[in-house]
Design a protein around this ligand. Structure first.
Ligand SMILES: [Zn+2]
Ligand SMILES: [Zn+2]
Ligand SMILES: [Zn+2]
Length: 464
């Protein structure tokens, strides 16, 4: 669960992968890792390059080389997308930064580089110590100092093992002094003075897989889907709720088709395991407080049983990956819906019907709708539009008469729509509404179109 939470944290911090991976290269690289086309990004030594190593996979996949490749990989690991693991250390000349260094071994006593390495023998009689080669004399061992022959190991001579001996000062030692000769600038640096650079290999942080997969694939398509349906989308929208609290909603999609404007609150919950009730509850509270009737929750990988029941009860449309995919494949309108039309102006009922049809609505005149109470209602015009994720319904009441429409009619219409569960209500009144009817309609969130001149509009324009 802790891992899942971390993925969520990144979500809540308003991070989008597209924001992190400003460039296409990073996206391509991460996509390839998700698809397992790349497993690990390992460095390879290449002393002909400035860095001394390359990331062949990065060069091949996205043509990014050298320092740019390292900086991209480092950015991705800083953001928690990739995990670093230590690969090796590379030494650099402290003077010229070259990586072409050659180790140089010296006698720890006199600093000479004239060192011999081999089995070291000691002649017990004269205490002479030297490498084996010094004693060799035509198949025999002869002490170079006292010229006596060495006969029996352990009796007149002994071996001290493989060691080093300085040919200049005679010092016998195990560990030589190492320093580094730069092949570029010829400077010699002590072992503790050379710069060490750690190099890493990189792999995908598997705890982020679901989140990344969603961000890079369905999310991009989902945004495109909403835009084709004529929605304007705000990601990580800050919405002030009725309670006064400010909420952050993953996506708010708004569409104004001239007649009504409607918004959908879209939540995105991604974890490694089933999403629990708490997350759905949290989204529902936020959406309710912010006044959203249309609620869609995208969950990856899936919703728990209890959470599912709750979502159904609260009329939250749940999209698990499979359903989301279906929506994305089948719910796309053939042509993008235009919403920047002239504001709707009522001239006649047939003109209204045509307007709705142009907006992609299925229009039902004198529609019979069964309410929650079981009663059957008659609605002048019922406009329905299947938007793939939600079905948008508008109840339209057309009142044409000689005098302004009174409160009773507006009240009746509101009651009908409520019982039928239709949230978008429009009253078209010719010549208009009485002041109290208009006030009531506005209070109930009903959009009012008045076309008569019988009553002058009051200061607060009904079409705010
Ligand atoms: Zn000797
Ligand atoms: Zn020496
Ligand atoms: Zn150098």
């Amino acid at each position: 669960m802790a891992e899942a939470d971390r993925a969520l944290e990144a979500e809540e911090a308003g991070q989008t992968v597209t924001g992190i991976l400003k460039d296409e290269e990073g996206m391509k690289l991460v996509s390839d890792m998700l698809a397992a086309r790349i497993v690990d990004i390992k460095p390879q030594y290449d002393f002909s390059t400035e860095l001394g190593f390359i990331y062949p996979v990065v060069e091949q996949t996205i043509q990014v080389k050298g320092k740019a490749a390292v900086s991209l990989l480092e950015t991705l690991s800083d953001k928690g997308i990739l995990k670093r693991s230590f690969f090796d250390k590379i030494l650099r000349c402290p003077r010229c930064q070259s990586i072409n260094l050659r180790p140089s071994m010296r006698c720890p006593k006199c600093g000479s580089r004239n060192i011999a390495r081999g089995r070291v023998l000691e002649h017990l009689a004269c205490r002479y110590v030297g490498v084996e080669d010094e004693f060799r004399a035509g198949g025999r061992y002869v002490c170079p100092r006292c010229k006596m022959e060495l006969r029996t190991m352990g009796a007149d001579y002994q071996s001290r093992g493989v060691l080093r001996k300085c040919r200049d000062c005679g010092e016998v030692f195990n560990v030589p002094l190492t320093n580094w000769v730069c092949l570029k600038c010829s400077s010699i640096s002590d072992d503790d003075k050379v710069a060490e650079v750690s190099i890493y290999s990189y792999s995908l942080d598997e705890t982020k897989r679901n989140w990344l997969e969603f961000e890079l694939q369905p999310k991009v398509r989902f945004l495109e889907f909403l835009s084709r349906h004529g929605y304007r989308v705000t990601e990580n929208a800050r919405v002030k709720g009725r309670s006064g609290a400010e909420h952050c909603i993953d996506m708010v999609a708004t569409r104004d088709d001239g007649l009504v404007s409607h918004s959908i609150a879209i939540g995105i919950e991604i974890a490694r395991e089933k999403i629990g009730l708490d997350r759905v509850l949290d989204f529902d509270v936020k959406a309710y407080d912010s006044g959203f009737h249309n609620k869609v929750l995208i969950v990856v990988p899936e919703l728990g049983e209890e959470a599912k029941k709750f979502a159904q009860l609260q009329r939250i449309e749940i999209l698990e990956p499979e359903e989301l995919e279906k929506v994305l494949i089948h719910g796309v309108p053939p042509a993008a819906v235009k919403t920047d039309k002239e504001p709707f102006e009522f001239k006649s009922k047939s003109q209204l019907v045509q307007y709705l049809q142009e907006q992609g609505y299925k229009v039902n005149k004198n529609a019979k709708v069964e309410g929650r109470s079981g009663a059957e209602h008659n609605i002048d015009i019922l406009a329905t539009r299947d938007e793939g994720i939600i079905t948008h319904r508008i109840a339209i009441d057309v009142e044409v008469g000689k005098s302004p429409v009174g409160l009773d009619k507006v009240f009746k219409f509101d009651d009908k729509a409520y019982d039928a569960g239709i949230l978008d209500k429009v009253i078209i009144a010719v010549p208009g509404l009485t002041r109290e009817a208009r006030q009531f309609a506005r209070h109930q969130g009903t959009k009012v179109f008045e076309t008569g001149q019988m009553e002058p509009p009051d200061e607060e324009d009904p079409e705010d």
